[in-house]
Design a protein around this ligand. Sequence first.
Ligand code: ADP
Ligand code: GLC
Length: 479
Amino acid sequence: MHMKILFVTSEAHPLIKTGGLADVSNSLPRALSALRQDVRLVMPAYRCITTDERPRPLFSSHTARGDSYRLLETRLPGTRIPVYLVDIPMLYDRPGGPYADEHGRDWPDNAHRFAAFADVVAQLTGPARLSGWQPDILHCNDWQTGLVPVILRDKPHPPVLFTIHNLAYQGIFAREWFERLGLDDTLWSMHALEFYGSFSFMKGGLVYADWITTVSPTYADEIMRPEFGCGLEGVLQSRADRLSGILNGIDTTAWDPRHDPLIAQTYNARKLSDKRVNRDALCRHFGIEVGTGPLCGSIGRLVWQKGIDLIIDLLPELLTEGWRFVFLGSGETDIENRLCDLARQFPGRLGVEIGYHERLAHLIEAGADIFVMPSRFEPCGMNQMYSMRYGTPPVVRRTGGLADTVSCANGGGDGQDITGFCFDEPNADALRAALRQAAESFSDRRRWQQIMRNAMRREFGWRSSARQYLARYQALLRQ
Ligand code: ADP
Ligand code: GLC
């Protein structure tokens, strides 16, 4: 059965990306399209979007809340998949990122920005909007789209599937915004949007969507517990019969060491020696000394979630022993400063690049020996999958998608299926033990090559997960 799916998202690679949501918003629609579904994206027309096809205006209109907008159309680069851009210059045409300004401060009118986006999406579900193209399914993602099912709740509408990519970002706003947005008073209730005296866009999505998914089965279980539920565990428990976990896949074309144009030397599981060329290039990039021990890499947002502070606590000890690390990321100033200070203390051992660099991210995946991802929580995580595909076994905390994708040496597996190393407690001692275990394996060349090959052979594509989404859409349509 062919379905018309409107994929509602606040970012999509390569148009605009701040994290894994953008990766998924690119690769899942492609996978659905490969399964012959008619999928289209809709997102805000931020100034920072880069398109390879000039967006063309479709029509102008205004929302029920009174925002005038133009709807533009472009394509997901390299595909025929339409992308609708909601153009409201007053809200989206500004410097900085999609959620925050150049200094990382959230836009003060984010409630308005994403309420207006939801208003337009709700209008697009009507019959006459997109030259007769009316979606059968709305697939919403994260808090930025949380008001979509709220707005549609008492109108006839296509089923809404809402995906949680990260429960820690909820779109919580003060009562004043509730009034300014003119939201119905009945929504100010603990059973609706109200959340500890404020209100939450994410909660709107969770309460009013027809089905909720999150991006790994383990995270789907975790978020029903206070430790991971960010205050929404009760809401999620009440919807447990409509919540499931579907593991993210990766874009296996963009992330393929056999054909990656962004790395120094392509390679495959049969010729692992070629990977070394990438390690040399990575060392040169950061001015890292040649050594005999493993070179560890890390990429990502430098925030509490990612547990980078746990590695930082260990760095003085490990670097003194001769370990070598490279970090690429940006985020909290304190974490950035601590890393940069240590890089000055340990030249030749520690390389730190603050910023966002696509090419360097690929080189780190290819050139590091071990990838480190000690997240306190991780709904899915993309980087550990990229690293396994690049034969760079990850050291991860056993949580969320990390638990679902990495087969750990200390998880009872045998040598034939180990793809990485895990630890459980979110502290530096546990991470140290896992790193030492990885280093010990690294020193046994045959064992290490076996682990690299196991990791590279793993199937992380979208085929199976895209089919699970399809089955869920179909079940929703039947209901
Ligand atoms: P999250 O979405 O929580 O940030 P994920 O692991 O799901 O974490 O996805 C992060 C994505 O963003 C990956 O594709 C990763 O390579 C990319 N990324 C994160 N930080 C950087 C950076 N500083 N430079 C380049 N790519 C980055
Ligand atoms: C979020 C999560 C990350 C996940 C990504 C894509 O940003 O933090 O774990 O991989 O979304 O679903």
